[in-house]
Ligand binder design. Structure first.
Ligand SMILES: Cc1ncc(COP(=O)(O)O)c(C=O)c1O
Length: 265
């Protein structure tokens, strides 16, 4: 079972215990992989990070952050300073606000596009450094042609970053379509019970993961062990919750469509 404890030995717990500690006993041997201090690593994160990495088809574990915005800030730190970023003009408001601040500080030049216009999206990649995608977008639910846009980004050598919060990896796996980094607000469908605020970033690129990891450590954007335990537990039921959410949405759409007072659905 993905994200479960690997030691299938007698009496071993099937779940990852929650480890509340700030510091780990350490031999302080360089390169030994010692955890040392809980801002650098916490075994409570491992199961969640392995599971999300596998679901997103990454060859490396995900990185969990204190919120979706922390994961987004980490991903945006990968854009070269002063670089041009193409993004859906109706991206999540928090992403747009953060980017407006970054642009005002001269950190990035933002190039907003209509994400439903694939040709315009491809044209906007000329001379760009990075492409931010969110599909479906929050709250407009606009859908981008991810395979085409991600292939074009790769062709132009443009770093591609995808907020996959709304689709979840059960419906859409951008890394498999060529994206460099996927981010999530784990707060939403992944954890699923409105009891945590968490984020995550996923990549198969070791250099990018190293930078994302350093960002988390140095900005202190780390997740509470208990929150990650709850998120992993929530993820166990993601597939059944998603099926029900979709059938509920289908039912609602059909009811509204048949209603005489509703003009369009
Ligand atoms: C698509 C999307 N991305 C990112 C975020 C930010 O995540 P968080 O609230 O966990 O920081 C949200 C939150 O609503 C969101 O809907």
């Amino acid at each position: 079972m993905a994200g479960a404890r690997p030691e299938a030995v007698n009496n071993a717990p099937v779940n990852h215990p929650v480890t509340f500690t700030s510091t780990f006993h350490s031999q302080a041997v360089a390169g030994s992989g010692d955890r040392v201090y809980a801002r650098f690593a916490n075994p409570s994160w491992d199961g969640f990070e392995q599971l999300l990495g596998q679901l997103e088809l990454a060859t490396l574990p995900a990185l969990v952050y204190s919120s979706g915005m922390a994961a987004i800030a980490a991903a945006l730190s990968l854009v070269p300073r002063g670089g041009t970023l193409v993004l859906p003009r109706h991206s999540y408001n928090g992403s747009l606000s953060l980017l407006a601040q970054m642009e005002a500080a001269g950190d990035v030049v933002v190039r907003p596009i209509d994400i439903t216009d694939t040709a315009a999206g491809i044209a906007a990649l000329q001379g760009a450094d990075a492409l931010w995608l969110e599909s479906p977008t929050n709250p407009m639910l606009e859908v981008a042609e991810l395979p085409v846009l991600l292939a074009a980004a790769a062709e132009h050598g443009v770093l591609s970053l995808v907020d996959n919060t709304f689709a979840t990896p059960l419906l859409q796996r951008p890394l498999g379509l060529g994206a460099d980094v996927v981010v999530h607000s784990v707060t939403k469908s992944l954890s699923g019970h409105s009891d945590v605020v968490l984020g995550a970033a996923v990549t198969s690129n070791p250099q990018l993961r190293e930078k994302l990891h350093a960002y988390r450590t140095l900005h202190g954007a780390i997740a509470s062990p208990m929150d990650v335990f709850l998120a992993l537990r929530g993820m166990r039921t993601l597939s059944v919750r998603l099926e029900r959410a979709q059938s509920n949405a289908q039912f609602l759409a059909e009811q509204l469509e048949a209603h005489p007072a509703v003009g369009a659905v």
